[in-house]
Design a protein around this ligand. Structure first.
Ligand code: GCU
Length: 440
């Protein structure tokens, strides 16, 4: 289990988007213009405008996925699978009796070009591969429950703090208390490491979490090495998958396991991620239809924000600071963003008609809320094609959680603060509660 890496490094990494780049600027509430519609742009197979869901799904959407792989995220595996190695109950009455805490040990396999490799590392340096997923279910649930799948900067025992989750000797935690934890909460919000678990359980949602660094470490050197190992059969190093794609892929492996368990609602698998994991959550949903909803909070560059006319974090900044996140073609567009044939609204369009929430903060200009809003405008025609409600607002406010592209912006900066989770839960209730009420 890879749990080394001091909290200071985490703070420094987050700080690039939070404190260090904090400016007095804020997002303009009336951003201009949508980018070209994904329906209007023609490519080889079907150059005409797309007029039906059928042609979108059979022709344009696969084309756009392939382009996003080639130009931004790197190529996804040819085949994947997940198998539960073991599954145990850790605490039947966790979180003040509100939840039942369980742990799955999962073996996930990835195949490129006929070469299959197993993901994750149970013990650092050991040859035994796999990773752990912790799940908490509401104890009072009466039917299959919707699940929020969380990937986070902090280890699993911070996302679901319960002493029954075993930690390795010397393992780090974001929630150890003391000065660093106070700094982290002050700078990035009360919920940066731990969501309001009891509130979420009370509202009827289960939480499933993995620590993505247990699959691909979020580090230039080790991350790149692991990505290379996992893509053993893939020859073209330029378009080999990056960590954002691999973390997105990991969400899908969680779905493999959860969908096999009748206690979870197959129609309510919602991926949640903040910032870099918001990027991964969007990629997961765009490439996997079994994901039913997305909360991508402050996903920024390489997430929901457009690459063209970019403000905030540039392609040059993101690809030089985090060379392991994307494929090499993306870095090559730095300074030539207008030459890109794909842009991030196409990633959002691939999620249509499933509900997506884009979370933002007015002074988090590094994540470019205006660019995310314009991407939402750009994806909207595809939502409309499905007859879905899509984006239902002409400005960044007011928040409409019932829309299929819901845009949330609050005052403040980069992080997960007190008012974020109530907004997330409103969105979830608007889209997943009625379904549940009808089923029960
Ligand atoms: C850095 C990075 C962003 C990323 C953020 C985060 O600020 O530049 O692209 O979204 O970290 O993950 O918090």
């Amino acid at each position: 289990m890879r749990v080394s890496g001091p909290i200071a490094a985490l703070l420094a990494s987050l700080a690039l988007g939070g404190c260090a780049k904090l400016t007095l600027a804020w997002a303009n509430l009336d951003p201009h213009g949508a980018p070209a519609s994904p329906l209007a742009l023609g490519e080889s197979a079907n150059p005409g405008p797309i007029a039906t869901v059928e042609t979108w799904e059979s022709e344009r959407a696969p084309e756009l996925r392939a382009e996003l792989e080639r130009e931004v995220y790197g190529v996804m595996p040819d085949a994947s699978s997940a198998r539960v190695i073991s599954h145990e109950t850790l605490n039947e009455a966790a979180f003040n009796g509100k939840g039942r805490l369980e742990e799955y040990r999962i073996e996930a396999r990835v195949t490129f070009n006929g070469v299959t490799v197993t993901a994750g590392e149970i013990e650092e340096g050991s040859s035994e591969h796999g990773f752990l997923m912790d799940v908490v279910l509401p104890t009072n649930a009466s039917g299959p429950v919707p699940v929020i799948l969380i990937e986070s900067f902090c280890p699993r025992w911070d996302t679901l703090p319960d002493p029954a989750i075993a930690r390795q000797e010397g393992a780090w935690s974001c929630e150890e208390g003391g000065f660093m934890t106070s700094v982290m909460h002050y700078a990035f919000g009360r919920y940066i490491a731990t969501p309001p678990v009891e509130t979420i359980l009370d509202r009827g949602y289960a939480i499933a979490t993995i620590f993505p660094s247990e699959i691909v470490p979020d580090s230039k050197k080790k991350g790149l090495e692991e990505l290379k190992r996992l893509a053993a059969g893939y020859q073209d190093q330029k378009t080999r998958w990056g960590a954002i794609a691999a973390w997105g892929w990991a969400f899908s492996r969680m779905v493999d396991v959860l969908e096999d368990d009748a206690r979870f609602d197959k129609n309510a698998m919602i991926v949640w991620g903040h910032s870099r994991y918001g990027k991964a959550a969007l990629v997961a949903a765009a490439f996997d239809n079994r994901i039913d909803g997305v909360i991508a909070h402050q996903s920024g560059t390489g997430g929901a924000s457009l690459n063209r006319e970019k403000i905030g974090e540039s392609l040059k900044e993101i690809t030089s600071q985090y060379p392991h996140w994307f494929d090499e073609n993306y870095a090559a567009y730095a300074g030539h963003e207008e030459e890109m044939t794909v842009d991030q609204h196409m990633l959002l369009a691939l999620i249509a008609p499933r509900p997506v929430l884009l979370g933002n903060a007015r002074r988090d200009v590094w994540s470019d809320p205006n660019g995310a809003f314009r991407a939402a405008l750009g994806a909207d025609p595809v939502y409309e094609l499905y007859g879905s409600r899509g984006l239902d607002q002409a400005r960044l406010v007011p928040y409409r959680p019932q829309s299929d592209i819901a845009f949330w912006i609050r005052p403040g900066t980069h992080g997960v603060v007190q008012e974020d989770w109530p907004a997330f839960l409103e969105f979830l209730d608007a889209h997943f509660k009625h379904e549940r009420a009808a089923m029960n």
